[in-house]
Design a protein around this ligand. Sequence first.
Ligand SMILES: [Zn+2]
Length: 259
Amino acid sequence: MPEGHVIHRAAMKHHKAFSSKKLSVSSPQGRFSKGAKLLNKKTCLKVTAYGKHLFYTFENGYHLHIHLGLFGKIRSHKAPPKDPQGQVRVRLFDTSTVVDINGPTICELQDPTDFNKTINKIGPDLLRKDADPQIFVERVKKSKRSIGALLMDQSIIAGIGNIFRAEILWRNRINPDKKGSDLTREDLLNLWKDGQHLLGKALRSGKIITNDAAAFRKKSEHLNIYKKNQCPRCSTQIQSFEIANRTCYFCETCQTTDC
Ligand SMILES: [Zn+2]
């Protein structure tokens, strides 16, 4: 599943390409034909992201709501449209840009009421300027679940995926198994600020860079412990276990349960 910055980057690019443009909308695969018809030849007003949800808002009040899930993909190319590659659920294009979305978990039309319901269920988003970190802090403080599970719960905090979870907890020396209610408000605000810093960097560069050395510019990822063997801080072997159905990596020396 993509981390939040991937969806926000798509929203930024598509907003630049499509806002105030009349779009051709179709469903080459056929599963979204009915919805596509209602959007076809309508003007797209804006494209926005809330956490990992992408919304294309149209002049007739409908929002095209997309969630890629684990296997969805967004591809774009310059117009004119080429033959669809694979199962393209929805294709949007104007005279210069073509966007194809394959295999999303959610591809639906929402009216303003449904749209508001959806965004109200999404937790504060690290990449949105209107996000309130206190909501994140309060929700975590009330929970007996582990912080490793809470960071992946998009109703608690939006935008963090498996890579950022491991890296942010390691950078802040917090054990992924520690209960939310056992963390201090200061710990949680530090996690928020660090997440905002790292996702912001990824949004600008398109790369996930969580260690502070800048020597790996050509790599798309520059990580400390995610899928690594050894802790770069203390050389302890990195451990892994499952939380929220995804493998979580941590260093048992830097992230002891009592810290
Ligand atoms: Zn370590």
